[in-house]
Design a protein around this ligand. Structure first.
Ligand code: F3S
Length: 393
């Protein structure tokens, strides 16, 4: 802690103000972070994801700060989900005043060269590879990038991610260092084969996150695919503070380093314990897409809805790129009466606040819906969610 960071001659020039005040300020932020966390240098990043995109969170002061910046991002950069769909906000019941303020924040970011994508799944937009350094903010995206892809990012705060996006570098500490990415606790799942649906991986993540806290877990006894890993990591990042996890024999670093859990504290979890959060309460609406849906998940939802009509509101959330690239699936889903939205989600938009109880297939949404939407929450598989949405019970 408190060590001096090595700066390249070019970085020294930025710090001396030779490239303008904004770049100087941004580098000052990175150097300050680096000093606090003991980074030896800055490393180039491949992409950034900036939080603090919601007007509700940053307010007038935050907006004024972004507007005052005179620079462009130097790597591909997206935003976190915001409080509304930028196109269909009226359908969501968003007030014109809220929409105007939100658009002002987005416009201020766009001036900096940030892509107008507001999503927690930047990995569907930018091809992200093993070993690449990133500066991402949203906790589920960070967990996915580190764990499922094997890229390297700390969970950045808004200013740190924006500074990294503008400079194109981030301080090398924490999860950027291979030595800091080893498992710290072993969670052994019994009966893992019964957890196939992403909802049960979400439930497992909800449980495992409370056990792991902010430690890096090695999980064994499960064989998840990518969407299941997405659900697992999102939930662990929400109920705990997990930014990286390994699944024995599955995730890239667990395979590369053949992690076994030897010498680690080991906690056994049975699938029965995981499923115990299943509770069949009546709900007023169903929400899918936390984290934002992959094309495969949209396909599954469209297939399950085929020939059916929704009886209670069904909301589906995904990034704008994924929706635009899968128009046929969106049309099929909307044909049932379901509502499909981009740029936002069930937790960060006010659209779900009108319901007393909400059904989800996500362990992360299960964690956040009670506090953020003021509603009771029920978790079930995607099949069960569609059944409830189309039968009303
Ligand atoms: Fe994404 Fe919103 Fe869930 S940001 S991970 S859909 S709470």
């Amino acid at each position: 802690m408190g060590m001096t960071m090595h700066l390249e001659p070019e970085e020294e020039k930025i710090l001396a103000g030779e490239y303008g005040e904004t770049s100087q300020k941004m580098l000052e932020i990175l150097v300050a972070l680096g000093k606090v966390f003991g980074a030896g240098r800055l490393v180039p990043i491949r992409s950034a994801q900036v939080s603090g995109a919601s007007y509700k969170t940053i307010g007038e002061a935050g907006l004024a700060w972004i507007r005052g910046l005179d620079a462009r991002v130097s790597v591909p950069t997206v935003l976190n989900p915001v409080g509304m769909d930028r196109v269909s906000w009226r359908d969501m019941g968003i007030s014109p005043g809220f929409a105007r303020n939100q658009e002002e924040v987005i416009a201020a970011y766009a001036r900096l060269g940030i892509k107008l994508e507001c999503t927690c799944t930047p990995y569907y937009i930018y091809r992200t590879r093993f070993g690449e350094h990133l500066a991402w903010s949203e906790s589920s995206a960070v967990a996915y990038a580190n764990s499922v892809i094997g890229a390297r990012t700390n969970r950045e705060g808004g200013p740190g991610a924006l500074a990294a996006a503008i400079i194109g570098k981030t301080p090398e500490y924490g999860l950027h260092l291979v030595a800091e990415r080893r498992p710290e606790i072993h969670i052994r799942i019994e009966g893992g084969e019964s957890l196939a649906d992403p909802a049960w991986y979400g439930a497992l993540g909800y449980h495992a996150g409370t056990i792991a806290g902010n430690r890096i877990p090695l999980i064994s006894g499960i064989r998840p695919g990518r969407d299941q890993l997405k659900a697992l990591g999102a939930a662990m990042a929400a109920s705990g503070a997990v930014a990286l996890f390994h699944v024995a024999g599955i995730t890239p670093e667990a395979r590369l380093f053949s992690y076994t859990g030897d010498g680690l504290e080991t906690v056994d979890v049975s699938s029965g314990t995981v499923m115990a959060i299943r509770e069949e309460i009546p709900v007023g609406a169903v929400a899918l897409g936390c984290p934002h849906c992959s094309p495969e998940e949209l396909g599954i939802i469209a297939g399950l809805l085929s020939g059916k009509r929704v009886k209670i509101p069904l909301y589906v959330f995904a990034s704008r790129s994924v929706l635009e690239g899968n128009r046929d699936l969106v049309t099929a889903i909307e044909g049932s009466g379901a509502q499909v939205y981009a740029d936002t989600c069930m937790v960060v938009s006010p659209v779900m606040d009108q319901y007393g109880a909400i059904m989800v297939n996500s362990g992360k949404a299960y964690t956040y819906v009670p506090a953020m939407c003021g509603a009771s929450v029920r978790i079930g598989t995607t099949d069960e969610c569609i059944r409830v949405a189309t039968t009303g019970k």
